[in-house]
Design a protein around this ligand. Structure first.
Ligand code: NAD
Length: 270
């Protein structure tokens, strides 16, 4: 460890994203792993986090004590579950440690808790940490603002069969971007479930469709259906390393930022 290195701790160190982030930290020069946890009862408790992630032993043993995350770290990077991330946000604020949260499936009240922690610490919260998807959101907002009357917006997403929430946090964020472009509230125009006698499509609605299967890392399309023409904007992730690299970029940003509630747009602009 050098004095200039940013010290990172990882909850969910046994998870798919946790292990990927630990591999990316090991490959970096400016970041060092100083803490790792997983949920109480996980088989990974007591294991060396580097061994589990496949980088070789790093001496950081996976604990089930969340307080250990906040003892030495400059930044905690959290891809776990909504309940765990909300609890970690409170602890980060109390311990004055910056936090990056990539967990999806948050309720409005969960998000309010994260925003409140952002009054005390730098907190970056983003349902999709890929640079490409962040740009996709910008494009969707612009196109939705232009293609209004007579244009129907549908968002289609596909993920691997382990994913537990739907539509994906990214699909919802893209829906928010489209709604912003149209100057409406997503909650008032979203159409999430269609089955049986649905009636005709309401003009102005933003529809969602979800597929789950295999090992698909993540695919999102925002489709603008017009009369005799169609505009499709698509992002396909083929390796979750893109999310891990984006999370590390967010961690570097958070380590130097003032207290605030930030998203990936803020990280890319910095
Ligand atoms: P996963 O199930 O493989 O990993 C989650 C890990 O968190 C598990 O090891 C679990 O035991 C652990 N965990 C649960 N509660 C905990 C607690 N209280 N303390 C410590 N660890 C705890 O899931 P995953 O595929 O790695 O995804 C995790 C989250 O990240 C999901 O919400 C997913 O949708 C989201 N995600 C976000 C992005 C993004 O770009 N922001 C990308 C991929 C996944």
């Amino acid at each position: 460890m050098t004095a200039e290195q940013i010290k990172i701790a990882i909850p969910g160190a046994a998870g798919r994203m946790g292990q990927m982030i630990i591999r990316e930290i090991a490959a970096s020069n400016d970041l060092v792993l100083v803490g790792a946890t997983d949920r109480p009862g996980s088989e990974a408790i007591g294991a060396d986090s580097g061994m589990l992630a496949g980088t070789g032993a790093n001496g950081v043993i996976i604990s089930d004590d969340p307080a250990s995350l906040f003892a030495d770290a400059d930044v905690v990077i959290d891809f776990t579950s909504p309940a765990a991330s909300v609890a970690h946000a409170g602890m980060a604020a109390a311990g004055n440690v910056a936090l990056v949260i990539g967990t999806t499936g948050m309720t409005d009240s969960d998000e309010e808790s994260l925003a409140a922690a952002g009054n005390t610490i730098p907190l970056v919260y983003c349902a999709n940490t890929s640079v490409g998807v962040t740009l996709l959101g910008r494009l969707v907002e612009q196109v939705a603002a232009q293609l209004v009357d007579g244009w129907d917006i549908e968002i289609v997403e596909t993920h691997h069969h382990h994913k537990v929430d739907a539509p994906s946090g990214t699909a919802l964020a893209l829906g928010e971007a489209a709604a912003r472009g149209r100057g409406v509230k997503l909650a008032e125009v979203s159409d999430m479930v269609r089955e049986g006698q649905t009636g005709a499509r309401r003009p102005g609605d933003i529809g969602f469709a979800v597929m789950r299967g295999g090992d698909v890392t993540g695919e999102h399309s925002v489709i603008f259906f017009g009369e005799s023409e169609r505009v499709e904007i698509t992002h396909k992730a083929t390796d979750r390393a893109i999310f891990a690299r984006g999370a590390l970029r967010a961690a570097r940003f958070a380590a130097a930022a003032k207290a605030g509630f930030y998203n990936m747009e803020d990280v890319l602009k910095a």
